[in-house]
Design a protein around this ligand. Structure first.
Ligand code: NAD
Length: 486
């Protein structure tokens, strides 16, 4: 279905083959090979970092007035928005998600360039009074070469989330795209070319995590790393970065809970449930993977949730043009099998399946939308991220019990509460350990709102104005006036 049968990496403004053997990119909806992708090894990583270092040292980005950088960043977003249909099609083919979801991802990506382009002019240092004989002020300097390691679940949008603020603040970028979904990121390089970004400023390389990813994190000329992915890989990235004293932002997994109180609007909550756990077939770090519901609503909720799950049509994403109760394939069969195995283990540990739980008996990486009940807090299914369309449901009697259950995992990415009682909502907002909290709408927020985790969900924040500061360091300049002549 793709005309181009070999997809290149992009280093120093050139489309290049890789020094590692290419891989086949598989369409998870059918199991068929879409094309081959060039793969980088440590030598290619070195070339990309050298190009980025040279581009940074040239001053082409840093010497510009911020408004000029802002215009380039915004033009990248405009290019992406203008190419939504072709990007969304490729994203669906490589990742499995419905076409309507891919369009949302592409517009989310464009929005990051728009938002950080808007903010590029707004960063300022400050003047610090030190008495008559001194003039003191701070400037905010970009780090230089930033490394961006990207997961497969939202490959296009996650890359934009960190590239846009990095470029807006005058950094250069080396992006390690995910092995399973490397194709859509080619449009980031095309956007850079179309917007007039100088060669070497944005480099995109696909490669195996343990080879290219690790080489990038260990590279002595990388000045800052943004990693989005699993906890174990995040720990290994942080260890590699420690050896060169390179700052890292870790955006890791989650096992996030929605607390639903007895006064919640169950009808409205159905929408949160649908998007919270079945969007992108549940392969979302901030998925609503646990519902903790007041015992008085437990039975009617299960009935509604099962009805909803069974109404979701699971079929190739490319056939799914319009938003609706639908789900595509998971990213690959291995990811699907891992999710099914976690469900089977939960059953052995005493949980029950209210609906779903199995792989679909057709070609492609499909799994039934799944609801699991009779879950106890210590079970693996209540503790570990499934990263699939699997919801676990637990009940509570008292508010304190709900908070304790919500906080009973090592993760802390997002959380939510559903209630009409403002006191109850604010108590939960304060008590639940997480970086982002929703009241009465799962995923409430946007590009403008800071996002990130506590505990094993990572550290540092992306999105929002706060994230701009990830990409700059403060330098203080103190001038002794009496030494100045003239
Ligand atoms: P992963 O950790 O397997 O891979 C992520 C990236 O790291 C890939 O590009 C991979 O090639 C690379 N990598 C692997 N080993 C490496 C190494 N030793 N050194 C450097 N890079 C290496 O994660 P995944 O399976 O692609 O993504 C799913 C995970 O990502 C889930 O846990 C999900 O919750 C998390 N995630 C988090 C966020 C967030 O913002 N917090 C967003 C999306 C996904």
């Amino acid at each position: 279905m793709l005309e181009d049968k070999f997809w290149h990496n992009y280093i120093d403004g050139q489309w290049v083959a890789g020094s590692a053997p290419p891989i086949n990119v598989i369409n998870p909806a059918t199991g068929e090979c879409l094309c081959q992708q060039a793969m980088a090894n440590a030598r290619d990583v070195d070339s990309a970092v050298i190009a980025a270092k040279k581009a940074h040292a040239s001053g082409q980005l840093t010497n510009m007035r911020p408004v000029e950088r802002a215009r380039i960043v915004q033009a990248m977003g405009q290019y992406i928005a203008e190419h939504t249909e072709e990007i969304a099609t490729v994203l669906t083919l490589e990742q499995g998600k419905p076409l309507w979801e891919s369009r949302i991802e592409v517009s989310g990506c464009a929005r990051f360039f728009e938002y950080y382009g808007n903010l590029a002019e707004s960063l300022e240092g400050q003047s610090i009074p030190l008495g008559h004989d001194y003039m003191d002020f701070t400037i905010l300097e970009p780090y230089g070469v930033t490394a961006h390691i990207i997961p497969w679940n939202f490959p296009f949008e996650m890359a934009a989330r960190s590239i846009a603020p990095a470029l807006a603040t005058g950094n250069t970028c080396v992006v390690k795209t995910p092995e399973l979904t490397p194709l859509s990121s080619a449009w980031l390089a095309r956007a850079a070319e179309a917007a007039g970004l100088p060669g070497g400023v944005l480099n995109l390389i696909c490669g195996h995590g343990t080879e290219a990813g690790n080489a990038l994190c260990e590279h002595p000329d990388v000045n800052m790393i943004v990693f989005t992915g699993s906890v174990n890989t995040g720990m290994s990235v942080a260890r590699a970065a420690a050896n060169t004293v390179t700052p890292v932002i870790l955006e890791l997994g989650g096992k996030s809970a929605a607390i639903v109180h007895s006064d919640a609007d169950l009808e409205a909550f159905e929408t949160d449930l649908r998007y919270g756990i079945f969007f992108n077939a549940g392969q979302i770090c901030s998925a609503m993977s646990r519902v903790i519901i007041h015992e008085s609503l437990y039975e009617p909720f299960i009935e509604k949730a099962v009805k909803l799950a069974r109404s979701i049509s699971v079929r190739p994403g490319i056939e799914q043009q319009e938003d609706g109760p639908s789900m595509g394939a998971m990213v690959c069969e291995a990811q699907r099998d891992k999710a099914v195995a976690m469900v089977e283990k939960a059953i052995l540990q005493g949980a029950k399946i209210a609906t779903g739980g199995k792989a679909l008996n057709i070609p492609g990486a499909y799994m039934e939308p799944t609801i699991i009940v009779d879950v106890r807090p210590g079970m693996e299914i209540a503790q570990e991220e499934v990263f699939g369309p699997v919801l676990t449901v637990m009940s509570f009697r008292h508010e304190a019990e709900a908070i304790e259950l919500a906080n009973s995992t090592q993760f802390g990415l997002v959380g939510g509460v559903f209630t009409r009682d403002l006191g109850c909502a604010t108590r939960a907002a304060r008590a639940v350990r997480c970086g982002q909290f929703f009241v009465n709408e799962w995923f409430a927020g946007g590009v403008e709102t800071p996002f990130g985790g506590v505990g094993k969900s990572g550290y540092g924040r992306e999105k929002g104005r706060e994230a701009l500061l990830n990409y700059v360091q403060t330098k203080n300049i103190a001038i002794r006036m009496s030494g100045i002549t003239g």
